[in-house]
Ligand binder design. Sequence first.
Ligand SMILES: *Cc1c(COP(=O)(O)O)cnc(C)c1O
Length: 236
Amino acid sequence: MAVANQIGLNLARVRDQVAAAAKRSGRPEGEIQMVAVTKYAPIDVTRQLVEAGCSVLGESRPQQLWEKVDALSELNVHWHMIGHLQRNKLRRTLPVVHLLHSIDSLRLLEAVHAWAVDTQQTVRILIEVNVSGDAEKHGFQPQEAAEALRKTVDMDFVDLRGLMGMASRKGDELIARRNFRDLRQLRDRWMKEIPNCPDLQELSMGMSRDFPIAIEEGATLIRVGSTLFDGIDLST
Ligand SMILES: *Cc1c(COP(=O)(O)O)cnc(C)c1O
C-alpha cells in the first residue's frame, strides 16, 4: 500500500481510539491533543504525516529535531521536544520548540530560565515527573518536582503549562493507569498547595501502547509514535 494511504489509515485508527477513550471518560475530544512522535520516521514520511493532517510533531533527540526542523521548514507545524535535553543543546533547541515536555532537573530548569531572560523569549515547559519509579527513566522524583515547580513561580519568562510522565516500561495496564493517575493527583494537589501555582492544565502522558488509558486518566497531550507507522517501511 502507498505510504500516504497507510498513514491515513493509521491516523484514522488512532483518532477513533482517542474519540472512544474521550467518550468513555466523559471528556470533550477537543481537550486532547496528539503529538505525533516522528523519531522513527525519515524526513519524507514525516512530511506525509503532516500532509495527512498532523500539525504537532515531537522529537526526543535534539540533533534529529534540528535536522527535521531544517528539512521541513516550509511546513506549518509546532515542534515539541519530548526527550532529555542537555544544557549545551539549549541554545539551538529552544528557539524552534513550541513546548518543552522534558524539564527533568533543576540545573536544566535554571539554564532554560537564564536563556529565556537573556533573549527575552518566553519558553513553554512541562515538568517531567518520574511517576513509575523506573530507575532508567528521566524526570524528577515527586518531592523534587514540587520544589522545581515552586521555583518557576518567580521565573518571568518560563511559562509552566503542566506535567509530563511515562508509565512503567515493565508494567501492565493496571500499573500504567496507576502511574497516570498519580501524575494527575500530584497536579491537583500542587495546584491547591503551592502558593501562586501556575495553571497546570497540561498533562502529557500516554504513548502508542497506553494512550487510551492516559486519556481516561486525564491526559491533554498524548505522545504517539510507532503505531502511526504500522505497516510502513521506515528504513529509507
Ligand atoms: C518515543 C517516545 C514516545 C512515543 O512512543 P511510541 O511507543 O512509539 O508511541 C513518547 N514519549 C517519549 C518521551 C518518547 O521518547
